[in-house]
Design a protein around this ligand. Structure first.
Ligand code: PEP
Length: 288
C-alpha cells in the first residue's frame, strides 16, 4: 500500500509504527485528540449477510438459535436475510437484542421502479440497518460508486443505518491500488452526503478477493486498510472518524474472528457464509 495523503497533498507513509500498545497513535489530522477513548466507546457490530440463501423452513430455527444465543447488549448483532424474509424474521426478533438489516435498497424513494424495494419499505418491516454497495452488487450487478452513494443517502433519509461496503479486487491490491480504490468508494459518499453523514453510518471493509473464497486478509492487512479509512475520514472530521465503526468482511469464521477483531481499528465483522450456521455465527459474536 502506498502512503495516505497528508496536509498539502504530501504523502506520508502508513506503517505499523503508528500503532503502539493496541491503541491507535495516529499523528495525522487531529484524530489524536479523540482516538484513545473512542476505541473503547465504539460498540462492536457483527452483521450476518445471508445473501440469497434460506427458506421459511430453514430460517425459523436459525433465527431462534441466534436470538437465544445473543444474551448481551455489549455489542450489536445484526442479521440481513433476503428481502422476502425480512418481515418473518422481524416477527421473531421483535426489536430485541438482534437487529434486522436489509442487503440492499433502491436509491429512489417511491414510484415506478419494478422489482425494487425502498428504504421506507425496509423501515416499515422492521429494518434498522441496510447494506449498501456490497461487492456482489458492484461486480455482478454493475453498481457504480455513484449509485451506492445515492443508496447510502436514501437509507439515511429514512433513518436506516447504512453499512457501506468498500473493498478492492485482488488485481488492485497487487498493483498497489488498494487505497486509491477504497478512497474513491468512500469519497463518492462523502461528496454526495458530506462527511458528517458517516456519523450515522457504518463502513465494512471487504477485500473482494476474501469474500466467499476462504482466503481471509491477515489481521494486519485488515488493520492497515481500516486505519487508512479512519485517517481519510479524520482528514475531514476527526470526531466522526474516531467514532466511526469499521467492520471487516471476507471469510471471517469462528477460528479467525478473535484475532481480526482484536485489531485497534476493527470494530466487528460483516459475515457471509458463516452467518448461516448458528453455532459458527454465535462463536463469531462471542469473539467481538
Ligand atoms: C459478505 O458477504 O459480505 C462476506 C464477507 O462473505 P463471506 O464471509 O462468506 O466471505
Amino acid at each position: 500500500m502506498r502512503g495516505a495523503p497528508g496536509r498539502g497533498g504530501a504523502q506520508r507513509p502508513l506503517t505499523a509504527l503508528h500503532w503502539t500498545g493496541g491503541v491507535a497513535m495516529i499523528a495525522r489530522p487531529k484524530l489524536g485528540a479523540y482516538k484513545a477513548r473512542a476505541r473503547f466507546m465504539r460498540r462492536k457490530i457483527v452483521a450476518g449477510n445471508w445473501k440469497m440463501h434460506g427458506s421459511r423452513a430453514a430460517n425459523a430455527p436459525l433465527v431462534e438459535a441466534i436470538l437465544a444465543g445473543v444474551t448481551s447488549e455489549r455489542m450489536s448483532c445484526v442479521i440481513c436475510p433476503p428481502h422476502i424474509y425480512l418481515h418473518d424474521t422481524w416477527r421473531v426478533l421483535r426489536g430485541g437484542v438482534v437487529a434486522l438489516g436489509a442487503q440492499d435498497l433502491c436509491a429512489e424513494a417511491v414510484g415506478a421502479y419494478t422489482g425494487e424495494v425502498s428504504g421506507a419499505m425496509l423501515k416499515d418491516v422492521g429494518c434498522t440497518y441496510t447494506l449498501v454497495g456490497h461487492s456482489e452488487r458492484r461486480t455482478l450487478f454493475g453498481e457504480s460508486s455513484a449509485l451506492a452513494a445515492r443508496k447510502f443517502a436514501a437509507a439515511l433519509s429514512v433513518g436506516l443505518i447504512p453499512i457501506l461496503c468498500v473493498g478492492e479486487q485482488l488485481s488492485d491490491r497487487e498493483a498497489g491500488r488498494t487505497e486509491g480504490i477504497v478512497g474513491s468508494q468512500l469519497e463518492a459518499v462523502t461528496q454526495l452526503s458530506g462527511v458528517q453523514a458517516l456519523g450515522g453510518a457504518v463502513i465494512a471493509y471487504e477485500p473482494v478477493w476474501a469474500i466467499g473464497t476462504g482466503r481471509t486478509a491477515t489481521p494486519e492487512q485488515a488493520q492497515e486498510v481500516h486505519a487508512f479509512i479512519r485517517q481519510r475520514v479524520a482528514a475531514e472530521d476527526a470526531k466522526i472518524a474516531a467514532g466511526l465503526r469499521i467492520l471487516y468482511g471476507g471469510s471471517v469464521k469462528a477460528g479467525n474472528a478473535r484475532d481480526i477483531f482484536a485489531m485497534p481499528d476493527v470494530d466487528g465483522g460483516l459475515i457471509g457464509g458463516a452467518s448461516l450456521k448458528a453455532d459458527e455465527f454465535l462463536a463469531i459474536v462471542a469473539a467481538a
